[in-house]
Design a protein around this ligand. Sequence first.
Ligand SMILES: CCCCCCCC(=O)SCCNC(=O)CCNC(=O)[C@H](O)C(C)(C)COP(=O)(O)OP(=O)(O)OC[C@H]1O[C@@H](n2cnc3c(N)ncnc32)[C@H](O)[C@@H]1OP(=O)(O)O
Length: 187
Amino acid sequence: MTPPAGARPPVRHPEAPAPGEIIGSHYEHCFGCGGGQPHGLHLETRAREGVRVTAEFRVKEAHQGAPGLAHGGVLATALDETLGALGWMLRVIAVTGRLETDYLRPVPVDTVLHLDAEVLAVHGRKIYCTATGRIGGPEGPVAVRADAVFIEVKIDHFIENGRSAEIQAVLADPDQVKVARALEVNP
Ligand SMILES: CCCCCCCC(=O)SCCNC(=O)CCNC(=O)[C@H](O)C(C)(C)COP(=O)(O)OP(=O)(O)OC[C@H]1O[C@@H](n2cnc3c(N)ncnc32)[C@H](O)[C@@H]1OP(=O)(O)O
C-alpha cells in the first residue's frame, strides 16, 4: 500500500470536473452509484480541489449487518465507490486492485457517512489512494477508513470481461458510450 520509489504526485486533469461539481453515476446499475439499483448505495460524489472527491451515504435498513448497524462490506463498498470516482479527477478508467479497510466505530442505520477520498501517488498504471468515512458531520470522528491501489485499465477490460447482455445494452446507449469515451480519450 506504500507508493514505491519513483511514484509521482497525482496531477489533476485539466478537464476534471470543477470543485463542487457532482460526478454523475458511471453506470445506472452500479451498486455504489447507480440510480437503477433499488437497494444500492446511491452515492453522489462531488469533485473537490486537487485530486480529491467527497460523497455522502445514508445507511438504510437494507444495509444492516448486525441489528441496526451497517454491514462492514457495505461500508467497504461505499469507500470503494468513492475511491473509484477519483478516476474522473485523473481522467483515467481504473478498477480496484487492493482495498484495505479499518473499522473504527460502528455506524448505525440512518447515519450519514461523510466520505472523503484523495489520490496520494501514481506509479505507472497504479494509483495509490486513501479515503475516510466520518459520522456526525464532515468534521466528525472517522468511523471507517481505507487505503487502496487502483489499476488503470482500458475500456476493453469491461468489454472483454463483462456479461454480454449488459455490455450490449451499454454499447447501445449513447449516454453510456459518452461516459466511456470521456475517460478513454485521456492521452
Ligand atoms: C469504471 C469504474 C468502476 C468503479 C467501481 C468501483 C471500483 C470497483 O469496485 S472495480 C471492481 C473490482 N475490481 C476488479 O474487478 C479488478 C479485478 N482485477 C483485474 O481485472 C486485474 O487483476 C487488474 C486489471 C487489476 C490487473 O491486471 P493486469 O491489467 O493484467 O495488470 P498487471 O500487469 O498484472 O499489473 C499492473 C501493475 O499493477 C499491479 N497490481 C496488479 N494487481 C494488483 C493488486 N491487487 N494490488 C496491488 N498492485 C497490483 C502489478 O503489480 C503491476 O505493477 P507494476 O507495473 O509495478 O509491475
